[in-house]
Design a protein around this ligand. Structure first.
Ligand code: SF4
Length: 718
């Protein structure tokens, strides 16, 4: 071996500061060029079988949110950069039923553009749809929405973030006039006195977040966790409440009832900073403790203890996650938890308030810049004439040419092959992640044209007529907005393999073929600067946030309307974002889940996540280290239930609902209620949890009811 081939010492290979490709914590990390040909065995390579990994993940201790800590998903993220682990050539299906075949980029883009045009001409513009993702950068989400509204001029655009936190967004808009997941930075959590965490399991979904819970406890603060399962996070709590799935709304109303009955209302705050209290109070008083115990299964003494912990502290917080949100009453449920904060004066004050733990990597930014069915960039409303005029001026089009609001995500998917005949999917895998997934797969197969841009051949891409291989996080620059509302910069650390293009290049190529040679920049910073202008003056105002500033300040919190504005880590301290500056109570009542258990389906199924997998698993299932840690689905059930049904540990069990059945090995644990079963949803095939879930929607947010449906269990033999 020559001297020149010797690996460069690690210290001589500077790391590029960037962020994890996965969840909304957006942990800071460094990417250092790997030691040399054939390397990939460095820290966090993940054991890819796809060949050499060009970079290794290293700690970035200076980034304040995670201070260098990463979970296994982030630490192993580089494995998917290996050429053999991902798509590197466009694929085209010559005819229906034929296998996908390699094609040139021109052939692939020509086929997509021609199909979109043909469909619009034959069936109208709204017959062409776009389906985006909450993992796309702000630049991609922005240009994808612009592509739908300006090039396709279709109302049919939405994204998978609708499945993530849309109920929390709707409730925050209703109460505060603004939706930012956390209206305060994470560093405030250890400074509160009592945190009630509802339906979230960050110890598995975002482990570096747990540091904030530990610091809270070390500071003398108290932690209450609400979850039907005794999760790892619940194991950290002072008090664990385990309600039946689908009853979080009754629980919150019962707590508010006790607040009133025990004289713990902050009357001055309610009078000065809120509206709607008499109606909300009356609604809560109909939910007396014994009734709430019978609905939720949470004993009255635990309700009283929660109120005591929450109200005795000088400052308190409620954080919700997918548990209370992914319900057909998710918006009202979150409203009930916000009501609890407002009635006790725990909002718009330091170290107090309500927040949502956003899940997807850009779940926050992805819902602000125009890929949502009812939205324009800057969190503007598509049905607001002033918003349409502002954005149309930035885009250089007539406001009248912009389509109106379209269908929500599940409604869009349900209409495929009927009203909607051609679909472009970017960064989403609904065949695994959508509710009633077998039906969604059928609808996708009924399209005249399905085009998917993705990093890997996901289950959705495998159904496509055209697959476009795109660059991934370490190969392109772009911004993400974290669960704190902090806009951060992911930097390109390595070139994509030959044959791979960026999503911005894909949109540019398609737009040019459809008569829009201008207006779709391929340079991320140019796209972001246009986004800043489009967002200026809107609720999510990014006008003062530039790439250089993000890099210098470790991220900037929106709103930030000008270059000399400091950004806004804490919202609502002086006034809420409503016209009168007051927060609005919502008078909400408990109602049952859309499907309650009955003789035929006597159990409740709830779904969720595991530590080593992320969302539909399209990426993490392909990382050897993660696949080894979490190789497949399972059905978690209580030993008493298992004994009654004759199901042993590890035995295959079928979870059957009105929509279908999913089969996976049984996992027995007394950490779950005996009337409830749990399945993680990261896997396709026979063990796909979303085959079973109920697509019924929340009337306000259009969020499907992932978190509860009626099922029965059957031993599956074999
Ligand atoms: S917690 Fe989230 S952002 Fe951090 S390393 Fe894990 S997946 Fe990545």
């Amino acid at each position: 071996m020559s001297e020149a081939a010797a690996p460069t010492p690690a210290a001589a290979r500077p790391a590029v500061d960037t962020h994890c490709p996965y969840c909304a914590l957006q942990c800071g990390m460094g990417l250092r060029p790997a030691a040399g040909p054939g390397s990939g065995s460095g820290s966090g390579s993940g054991g890819s079988s796809g060949g050499a990994v060009p970079v290794e993940v290293v700690e970035r201790p200076a980034f304040p949110v995670n201070r260098g800590a990463l979970c296994g998903k982030g630490a192993n993220a580089a494995a998917l950069l290996a050429p053999g682990a991902r798509l590197t050539v466009p694929l085209v299906r010559p005819r229906r039923g034929a296998p996908l075949e390699p094609a040139t980029w021109d052939e692939a883009l020509d086929r997509v553009a021609a199909g979109l045009s043909r469909t619009a001409e034959a069936h109208g513009r709204d017959a062409v749809g776009v389906f985006g993702g909450g993992g796309l950068t702000n630049e991609k989400a922005y240009l994808l929405g612009k592509f739908a509204r300006v090039v396709l001029r279709t109302a049919t655009v939405d994204y998978n973030g609708r499945f993530c936190m849309s109920s929390a967004a709707a409730a925050q808009n209703r109460a505060f006039g603004l939706d930012r997941g956390l209206p305060f930075p994470l560093e405030d959590i250890p400074r509160t006195g009592c945190l009630v965490l509802v339906g979230g399991n960050p110890a598995e979904t975002m482990p570096p977040f747990v540091r904030y819970l530990r610091e809270l406890r070390e500071n003398g603060g108290r932690l209450v966790v609400v979850d039907p399962r005794r999760t790892r996070t619940a194991g950290l709590a002072d008090l664990h409440l385990a309600p039946r799935p689908g009853t979080d709304l009754a629980l919150a109303l019962g707590l508010l009832h006790l607040v009133v009955a025990e004289g713990r209302t902050d009357e001055a705050f309610v009078a000065e900073r809120t509206t709607g209290w008499p109606e909300a109070r009356a609604a809560a008083m109909a939910h007396w403790p014994e009734l709430v115990e019978s609905v939720t299964g949470v004993p009255v003494p635990q309700l009283r203890e929660t109120v005591r912990l929450f109200c005795d502290a000088e400052a308190s917080m409620v954080l919700t996650a997918r548990g209370p949100e992914q319900q057909s009453k998710g918006t009202d449920t979150v409203s009930a938890w916000i009501n609890l904060c407002l009635a006790t004066g725990r909002a718009g004050r330091p170290h107090s308030g309500y927040g949502c733990l956003t899940g997807q990597g850009n779940g926050q930014g992805g819902r602000e810049h125009g890929q949502k069915a009812d939205q324009l960039p800057g969190y503007r409303r598509l049905d607001d004439p002033a918003a349409r005029a502002h954005v149309a001026a930035v885009w250089g089009v007539d406001p009248e040419s912009l389509p109106g609001p379209g269908r929500s995500a599940y409604e869009l998917l349900d209409s495929l092959g009927r009203d909607v005949r051609a679909l472009l999917v970017a960064g989403s895998n609904p065949v695994v992640s959508a509710p009633h997934a077998a039906h969604v797969a059928e609808r996708l197969a009924a399209l005249d044209l399905l085009a998917v841009s993705d990093v890997v051949l996901s289950e959705t891409a495998a159904l496509a007529d055209v697959v476009l291989p795109v660059a991934q996080w370490a190969e392109e620059t772009g911004t993400m907005t974290t669960l704190e509302g902090r806009v951060v910069l992911r930097r390109r650390a390595v070139d994509p393999p030959p044959g791979v293009r960026s999503d911005l290049e894909v949109l540019h190529g398609l737009a040019a073929r459809l008569g829009h040679g201008e207006g779709f920049p391929v340079e991320p910073e140019k796209a972001f600067d246009e986004l800043r202008r489009a967002s200026a003056g809107g609720p999510a105002d990014y006008a003062g946030i530039g790439y250089g500033r993000i890099a210098a300040e470790d991220g900037v919190f929106w709103p930030c309307p000008s270059a000399d504005h400091p950004g806004t880590p804490r919202l609502f301290l002086d006034r809420f974002a409503t016209p009168d500056g007051r927060a609005r109570f919502a008078a909400v009542q408990h109602r049952p889940a859309a499907e309650e258990p009955d003789a035929e389906y006597p159990l409740r199924l709830t779904t969720g996540r595991v530590l080593a997998q992320y969302q539909s698993g399209a990426q993490t299932r392909r990382v050897a280290a993660l696949a080894a840690a979490a190789p497949g689905p399972f059905v978690e059930l209580h030993p008493r239930l298992a004994e009654r049904l004759g199901i042993g540990e590890g035995a295959p069990v079928a979870v059957v609902s009105r929509r279908g059945r999913a089969v996976a090995p049984a996992r027995l644990t007394d950490a779950i209620r005996p009337d409830t079963v749990f399945m993680p949803f990261h896997w396709p095939g026979a063990g796909r949890a979303n085959t079973v879930t109920n697509p019924v929607l929340d009337p306000v947010s259009r969020m499907p009811e992932f978190k509860v449906c009626a099922v029965r269990l059957e031993p599956a033999g074999g």
